[in-house]
Each structure stands twice: as structure tokens, then as C-alpha cells.
Design a protein. Structure first.
Length: 217
């Protein structure tokens, strides 16, 4: 894992600035993993199919930070994180790979490849998010109107646990989270695969909707 994060830092120095971060975990008490995101855009968004390989779609909940969380001697608490959040948003994470054969690539290499992140597309602010159940919110995903995916539940459990872990990771290994940064907290629908030419809509019910177009040509 130290090598994974060293790769993140080295590539980020070339590709920066970092626009967001992603985190996730395989179980509610499992250690979180982290990766920077370089493309964060509002919905609706368009990403030409010619520039992609996987067309992976994950529906998630993300948090935008109102203030920076710089390096410091003591870890940030969950309460510190909640106090620093400006808003929560429904998002689609667009999943892609820089590897020639994604299926044959080992898990650590995928993590080094920014956890296969291509972009984060965010919807409107979620009012009253602090009082909502964000582990299994109702979500349906469609592609050109046909069912593509639905809520399975966040494998990492409490999203704020993982976001707190991420904030402390970034503070320990870099300058810390900057104000305005968007942090997404793990897939709630697993990964589904769209096709070139699809219009993908993630409907979070009263939490809002997120759209991404994958035009051919």
C-alpha cells in the first residue's frame, strides 16, 4: 500500500491539481483505501466514448468541504469532518482504466491506477443530509431508459467513517484536504457497465439525479 500511495503522489505531481478524492472499503470495519480524482464536473456531463475502455458506472454519495483540513499533530475526528463539510451530493463515478487488460490486472495495480477512476459527476446539494440514511439510499440507474443498476448498499458501511479516514490519510501524506474539494465515499450500487452511445441516469429519489452521456464519435 505504501508503494500504491507513492505512485499516486508521483503521478499527481505531473497531472495535478487534484480536484477530489475517493475512498471505499470492502467491509464496515475494513481499512479504507484512497485515491485522488482529477476530473470533477456537474451533471449533466458528457464524456465521448472514443476516449474510454470500460464505461463503468457507480452511484455514490459525495461531500464537498467548506474549509481546509491541513496537516496537524492530532487526527481529525468524525465531528471535525462533519463540521468541515459544506454539502452532500449524489454522484456518478465514471470508472475506466489505463491498463491494456483491466480484468487481468491485480487489485493493487488497479488501486495504484487511482482506483480506476476516470471522473466524478455530481448532482444537486442534498438538503438535510445529516439526518438521512446514506448507506443504502434508494437508487436506480438506467441507460437509455432501460434498467442498468440499483442499490446494493455501501460495502464500507458508514460513509463518514471512510471520509474521516481519508481526511487523516491526506493530512498525513500531503498538505491535507483543501476547501472546495469533493470526496466520494464508495459505491452504493456496485459497478455496472454502460455502452458507447448511452445516456446514463442515476435516480436517487428525493436526493436528486445525476446524468452522464457517453456519445459515440
Amino acid at each position: 500500500m505504501d508503494e500504491v500511495y507513492a505512485i499516486h503522489n508521483a503521478v499527481a505531481r505531473e497531472l495535478g491539481p487534484i480536484q477530489g478524492w475517493k475512498t471505499g472499503a470492502p467491509g464496515p470495519t475494513a481499512p479504507s483505501a484512497y485515491a485522488p480524482i482529477f476530473t470533477v464536473v456537474p451533471s449533466p456531463a458528457s464524456f465521448p466514448a472514443a476516449g474510454q475502455k470500460l464505461f463503468g458506472i457507480e452511484a455514490e454519495v459525495a461531500f464537498r468541504f467548506a474549509r481546509s483540513l491541513p496537516r496537524r499533530s492530532t487526527p481529525y475526528s468524525r465531528a471535525d469532518i462533519i463540521a468541515a463539510i459544506a454539502s452532500a451530493h449524489p454522484v456518478i463515478e465514471l470508472v475506466d482504466t489505463r491498463f491494456a487488460d483491466w480484468k487481468a490486472t491485480d487489485a493493487l495495480s488497479k488501486l495504484a491506477d487511482f482506483q480506476s477512476n476516470a471522473a466524478l459527476i455530481y448532482g444537486p446539494e442534498i438538503p438535510g443530509w445529516q439526518d438521512l440514511e446514506l448507506v443504502r439510499p434508494p437508487i436506480t440507474i438506467t441507460a437509455n431508459g432501460a434498467p442498468l443498476g440499483a442499490t446494493k448498499g455501501n460495502s464500507g458501511g458508514d460513509p463518514l467513517r471512510m471520509v474521516t479516514d481519508l481526511a487523516n490519510h491526506v493530512a498525513a501524506t500531503g498538505e491535507g484536504l483543501r476547501a472546495g474539494t469533493m470526496v466520494t465515499s464508495g459505491s452504493i450500487t456496485g459497478i455496472d457497465f454502460a455502452k458507447p452511445g448511452d445516456t446514463v441516469l442515476a435516480d436517487f429519489g428525493r436526493l436528486g439525479t445525476v446524468r452522464v452521456d457517453l456519445p459515440q464519435g
